[in-house]
Design a protein around this ligand. Sequence first.
Ligand code: FAD
Ligand code: EPU
Length: 336
Amino acid sequence: MMWETDKPLRGYNTFGIAAKAAYFLPVVDLAGLEYAMREQPAPFFILGGGSNVLFTGDLPAAVLANRIQGIEVLHENEDEVKIAVGAGMRWHDLVTWSVERGYGGLENLSLIPGQVGAAPIQNIGAYGVEVSSAIEAVDAYDLDQGEVLRFPASVCEFGYRTSIFKTTYRNKLFILRVYFRLLRRPVLHMDYGAIREELNKMGVATPDVRGISQAVIRIRQSKLPDPLLIGNAGSFFKNPTVSQDVYDAFLHRHPGIPGFPAEDGRMKIPAAWFIDHLGWKGYRMGDAGVHDRHALVLVNYGDATGQDILQLATAIQGSVYEAFGIRLEPEVNIIG
Ligand code: FAD
Ligand code: EPU
């Protein structure tokens, strides 16, 4: 076990930003974390799959790259299967494991990049399901105290793209393991219109978790750029919510503006609609751009720096605020 120094991170973030880490250590188990604690050469930064970060410069940090693997079946009966999963496992590999066995709960979250350990942090969500619905607990190593803590789902404060791990405990805990409860008699979620449409196109009359997973994969591949081909971190901003009155006023001025019921009687308006409406889709400033098929996805065409992407994001935020009075909040973690 040894720290690497001046480690190039371009291959470790899906934006493909060419930042360097002062120190870098792959962590495969608890012993690795204990070594890191003894040696700590700089403040820690925890890195998963790098699919939700924007490095705005080199990191003067000791990067802990999570490599903890493994799926353990803890308990099963005719209704459910309880598993503990190593936080460094690739998220989609877990979904595939579960879908292949016909277990329900994760199929709508197919093909989301990144690792299992990051899933609870922003409570990943897609196509009508959030991961919090399948999480029972999270084990994490407290980087101040050097002890393992267990967080039952009831204390995780899960919400839309948030949890206690993204707020109170940001960068204070290293998530080690996530506990899931999967269903042997799956409850299928097909409310998201595009899923039924895709199942029809696929000729699937009686869907199961495999069919739903396939449909979600096909929709995602048609909409979102593949980070292996073009650098990006998925949605750059969160979708904002407004009160019903404000939404009605928007609807009056912009008939057809999309809106979806959210928490506390508020309405969620797609951030992509605001950005698209202002003509940003397909815009390019050097190697930083707005994807030409999805206005919420900022892209790196090759050699954009984190500052280039940040500058573009700031310009978009300013333009949306000026035109609509809406403050877009980044979903991506801006580091540096
Ligand atoms: P990273 O980017 O490595 O880290 C994200 C944050 O979590 C950082 O602050 C990091 O310090 C922290 N972190 C990571 N691992 C740990 C750990 N073990 N312990 C403590 N802290 C940790 N998200 C969605 O919710 N829904 C989507 O549909 C979706 N689609 C996407 C599509 C594309 C093409 C891309 C590129 C991204 C998409 N995302 C989506 C965002 C992203 O995939 C998720 O946020 C994912 O959970 C990030 O995982 P990661 O391992 O890459 O995290
Ligand atoms: N739209 C536009 N222009 C565009 C794209 C979309 O106006 O260029 C409008 C359309 O009205 C469309 C609506 O925005 O109906 C919603 O678009 P989409 O279905 O693509 O969903 P989204 O709101 O942009 C959210 C999540 C995604 C998740 C999808 C599917 C957020 C911030 N993003 O995107 O998550 O995969 O729904 O559930 O909530 C991510 O978090 O990184 C991510 C990709």
